[in-house]
Unconditional design. Structure first.
Length: 211
């Protein structure tokens, strides 16, 4: 991909792209799940379900468990997860992400968040990691990411935007709106899904190759 001087705005997914949220979520799931007789889950298993909005996230983590139980558990887990994220602070971000975001902001790029996470979760992560002030707008708490990206672009020029994400739906949201899709291999992007993106970022600083 060629260096593109027309790009002025960057849309980021959050969980699995900017933040390594699974390390907080896994601890909360196993602590609460044990009290409800739910099976132990690994960090890798939790990562595979990250990015899906509640309650779908819990249904994917525990596909064989009663949904009425999961619907009760998820509120407790979400509260514990947010408290854990607060304790992690900036360390909830992947290495190099904080510096990348600060540099992009200093260079005059407009930064956005498009996340299917809940408003409380997104706000907790942004505030605790100290990056909230770097974003022009934050879109969250909606199940369909392609619509969020459409709202962010609005009546602007799609050629001025790129999107960075780690899941198939991030690629689909970008391409469905006619913008470049960059995959975050430094995050949760799976090897098998890399071909779905226009280019892959192996470390946060790789983004400068495409701006």
């Amino acid at each position: 991909m060629m260096f593109d001087l027309s790009v002025k705005s960057i849309i980021f997914d959050m969980d699995g792209t900017l933040s390594d949220t699974a390390k907080a979520t896994t601890d909360a799931l196993n602590k609460v799940g044990g009290e409800y007789g739910l099976p132990y889950v690994s960090n890798e298993h939790v990562r595979s379900a990250m990015g899906y909005a509640d309650p779908e996230f819990f249904y994917r983590v525990y596909p064989e468990q009663p949904r009425d139980v999961l619907n009760e558990v998820r509120y407790i887990v979400n509260d514990l997860e947010d408290r854990a994220i607060e304790k992690f602070g900036r360390d909830i971000l992947f290495p190099g992400v904080f510096d990348m975001l600060c540099e992009l902001s200093n260079r005059g790029y407009f930064l956005y968040i498009a996340s299917t996470g809940s408003t409380a979760h997104v706000e907790t992560t942004l505030k605790s990691s100290g990056i909230e002030h770097l974003f022009k707008a934050v879109y969250c708490n909606e199940p369909v990411k392609i619509d969020m990206v459409k709202d962010i672009i609005g009546t602007g020029n799609a050629g001025e935007f790129v999107m960075v994400g780690d899941m198939i739906k991030d690629s689909e949201a970008a391409k469905g709106n006619g913008i470049t899709a960059l995959g975050a291999a430094f995050g949760y992007l799976k090897s098998d899904d890399r071909s779905l993106f226009d280019a892959v970022l192996y470390k946060p600083d790789d983004i400068y190759k495409y701006l």
